[in-house]
Design a protein around this ligand. Structure first.
Ligand code: AMX
Length: 436
């Protein structure tokens, strides 16, 4: 069976020709208009970005190269002993648009296992960081430091041709994703296990299994959860903060390490990836204040109202683009129904799911009252003993690497130029509007 590089090279050849033809023939075709409110409103809905790896339908949710989350379950290879899709297979799908065979997914596992070892200077850098520095900052710093050996930058300095940019981006991508579990697990062990634990790859295990093991989680069901988690958080089209930031920075031909580190810094914001930490902080405060692990519906309702009255958002609910229940929420709910149906935390998440949407709807301004991916993930981790909420966004970040790095590799294959939209002062806009 063909390896990843061969399959991508064939795809690049045919896709480049197809995209070039389309982009030249339809160069002047208008696909939308921009209003003043969009400029002051976070550019919602402006059709401005290219994303080959995934697309987001507001009503249906995410599709990865055309596949829904259910399709990932139905079509992607899994481990012999597993039910959840393999992130290695998801990565293959994102990179090639094709479903890998079991052998092809295994080739990715083997390559990532082979490249997982961290250079000594990165180990030392992580070990020297203060344990009260947020793990997302530690992750971003460690990833940034890996660019010392960027193959893309080395080749670029020697005069790499534009049409070959993607090849070296892919090499850096493989190196970076291979090392991420090692980096994240080292941060975890330093912060929460006094620096103790194993950092050696077991070549019999997959990417998620090794990651779980290096964080000292041996339960095979937790390994399954991690496979699910790392698969569903990988990509959410290009408009979200982490993906767009990675693309923007990469468009300056920054190497994949520092481009993705920039995306991680965006993911670390409370309105984006940090929301999974915020959800659990909020739930734990609620439990403490209400004096129960699983408080009744009316008390939860009062607590939600109190949060809103204090001027805070309800974390884990709402979305800038989605307008329905996030299918990534549903996938986690399905997992919980099988493995932890009676867990108090899961029951409380269900109560919150019942109580919050009507309240948000009644405010009359929230465009999407439904839960997003972050409303569920922390509770699942908590069940398996991962109580360190600060760490949750790191798991999101590790998964997001699969999507954003595939995406920037394709942007390089298409030789997309540096991003440079036009900005206006309010005075400029007033003048522009007068001319309409
Ligand atoms: N709780 C309370 N108010 C909310 C709300 C929520 N969950 N979601 C939206 N609103 C409010 C907004 O704050 C805004 O109020 P304002 O006009 O007084 O400023 C109003 O409703 C309209 O906002 P919107 O158009 O519906 O949402 P948005 O596109 O501006 O923001 C998001 C989207 C996700 C930032 C917002 O829904 C939010 O803050 N949710 C909570 C945080 C969260 O879960 N983030 C994770 C998102 C998924 C991810 O990236 N991981």
């Amino acid at each position: 069976k063909a390896d990843l590089r061969t399959v991508v090279a064939e795809q690049v050849k045919s896709e480049r020709a197809r995209v070039k033809k389309f982009a030249v023939e339809k160069a002047n075709t208008k696909i939308g208009e921009v209003t003043v409110s969009q400029i002051y409103g976070g550019m919602r809905g402006i059709p401005a970005l290219l994303c080959e790896t995934s697309s987001l339908d507001p009503e249906e949710g995410i599709r990865f190269r055309g596949l829904t989350i259910q399709d990932l379950y139905d079509k992607l290879p899994k481990l012999e002993c597993g039910e959840e899709p393999l992130p290695e297979a998801v990565f293959w799908l994102l990179m090639t648009g094709k479903i890998p065979s079991k052998e092809q997914a295994k080739m990715i596992t083997d390559e990532w296992n082979d490249k997982a070892e961290l250079p000594d200077y990165v180990k030392k850098l992580i070990d020297d960081m203060p344990t009260d520095l947020h793990p997302m900052s530690q992750l971003s710093i460690a990833v940034t430091s890996l660019n010392k050996d960027s193959q893309f930058m080395k080749a670029y300095k020697k005069g790499l041709k534009k049409l070959d940019f993607w090849k070296y981006s892919l090499e850096d991508t493989m190196t970076l994703i291979a090392k991420l579990p090692n980096i994240a697990a080292r941060i975890y062990r330093n912060m929460y296990r006094g620096g103790k634990g194993c950092d050696e790859i077991d070549k019999k295990l997959d990417w998620s299994g090794n990651f779980a093991r290096m964080m000292d989680y041996e339960d095979p069901i937790f390994h399954e959860l991690l496979r699910l988690y790392l698969s569903i958080h990988c990509d959410h089209d290009s408009g979200n903060v982490s993906s767009h930031t990675t693309h923007l920075v990469a468009s300056a031909l920054s190497d994949p390490f520092i481009s993705y580190a920039a995306g991680l810094n965006g993911l670390a914001g409370p309105l984006h990836g940090l929301a999974n930490q915020e959800v659990l902080v909020w739930i734990e405060k609620m439990r403490k204040e209400l004096g129960s692990e699983n408080p009744p519906e009316d008390q939860v309702r009062d607590y939600v109202q109190k949060t809103l009255k204090a001027g805070q958002v309800i974390p884990g609910f709402g979305h800038a683009e989605l307008r329905k229940i996030d299918p990534r929420y549903t996938a986690q709910q399905d997992f919980a129904k099988v493995y932890l149906p009676n867990y108090e935390g899961f029951l409380l998440v269900n109560t919150i799911f019942k109580v919050v949407p009507p309240i948000l709807e009644s405010l009359g301004k929230v465009k999407n009252p439904w839960p997003n991916v972050d409303a569920h993930s922390g509770t699942l981790l908590m069940y398996f003993g991962m109580k360190e909420m600060q760490f949750y966004t790191v798991l999101f970040g590790v998964s997001r690497a699969l999507g954003v790095l595939s995406s920037i590799t394709w942007h390089r294959a298409f030789v997309i130029p540096i991003e440079r939209p036009k900005s206006y002062t309010t005075e400029d806009l007033i003048e522009l509007v007068k001319k309409q």
